[in-house]
Design a binder for this molecule. Structure first.
Ligand SMILES: Cc1cc2nc3c(=O)[nH]c(=O)nc-3n(C[C@H](O)[C@H](O)[C@H](O)COP(=O)(O)O)c2cc1C
Length: 249
């Protein structure tokens, strides 16, 4: 596994490799015009047959606070009564995903000083999701339940575009599947039609603290990519022959 380090070679690379899941925002406001611009750009995500299967509810101020309060209350008083309308994770996670998820837990809770066995502290951390981690903007993303899995692929591209467009404005973000569990609370509050399924939330704002390094590593490309038909050396092989230019992170 390696960090973002020298992965970026241009501005788009920098934005993609520099994005991270921010879970501590300053409350500094972000104007509607900025969010509209982010969405105006994000809508250029590709989608099969250009069906553009996304819908977002954009929340700020009192509207966001109302949603946060209702979902937090449900989390505190009746969390077992709420279930997401879709499964995010396979119930029996095969390798190498299981080991990566375990590493996530170690790194994530370790960075917060929370023991993985401390269920109260973990639940309190989960509750911060519902306050959009203090961000001034919260999005709730939905998809029409009559669509198929391909449209979820399109939706993921749209969500990533939102995160990257936000980064282009110097804003941080966090996608949050945890909101899907509370669709029963969100639906009446936001007048979400019955055919729409709550997929995730997204927090957007400015990070409270400057981030110095990436917390979550990524697998090397050799772990997920197979190459065929190339005559030239790979970048990694070239680095080995030109060690003075090799990445140092
Ligand atoms: C669709 C999606 C849903 C996620 N849901 C949550 C969430 O509910 N709460 C949270 O704190 N992080 C959530 N994350 C953030 C991931 O934990 C994070 O992206 C991953 O650990 C990699 O870290 P990085 O984004 O900082 O590189 C979600 C990410 C994605 C893509």
């Amino acid at each position: 596994m390696t960090g973002a380090g020298a992965a970026a070679q241009n501005r788009i690379d920098e934005i993609i490799a520099g994005r991270f899941a921010c879970r501590d925002f300053s409350g500094e406001p972000v104007g509607r015009g900025t969010i509209e611009q982010i969405l105006r750009v994000a809508r250029f995500a590709p989608s099969g047959a250009n069906i553009q299967p996304w819908h977002v509810y954009v929340l700020a101020g009192a509207a966001k606070d109302r949603v946060s309060a209702a979902v937090r209350k449900a989390h505190e008083t009746a969390r077992d009564a709420h279930v997401s309308e879709y499964s995010y994770y396979a119930s029996d996670l095969p390798e190498p995903y299981l080991q990566r998820r375990q590493e996530f837990g170690r790194l994530f809770y370790g960075s917060l000083g929370i023991a993985q066995t401390d269920s109260d502290a973990r639940s309190a951390q989960t509750a911060k999701n519902y306050a959009f981690f203090g961000a001034p903007i919260g999005l709730i993303v939905t998809i029409d339940r009559r669509l198929q899995v391909g449209s979820w692929l399109d939706l993921g591209m749209f969500v990533q575009n939102v995160l990257l467009a936000a980064a282009g404005h110097g804003l941080q973000s966090c996608p949050q599947e945890t909101f899907s569990k509370y669709h029963g609370i969100l639906r009446p509050l936001l007048s979400i039609p019955a055919e729409q399924m709550v997929v995730c939330g997204i927090s957007i704002g400015r990070a409270r603290h400057q981030i110095t390094g990436r917390l979550m590593p990524r697998a090397d490309i050799a772990e997920f990519a197979s190459f065929a038909g190339f005559k030239e050396q790979s970048a990694t092989q070239m680095e080995r022959t030109r060690p003075w230019e090799a990445e140092t992170n």
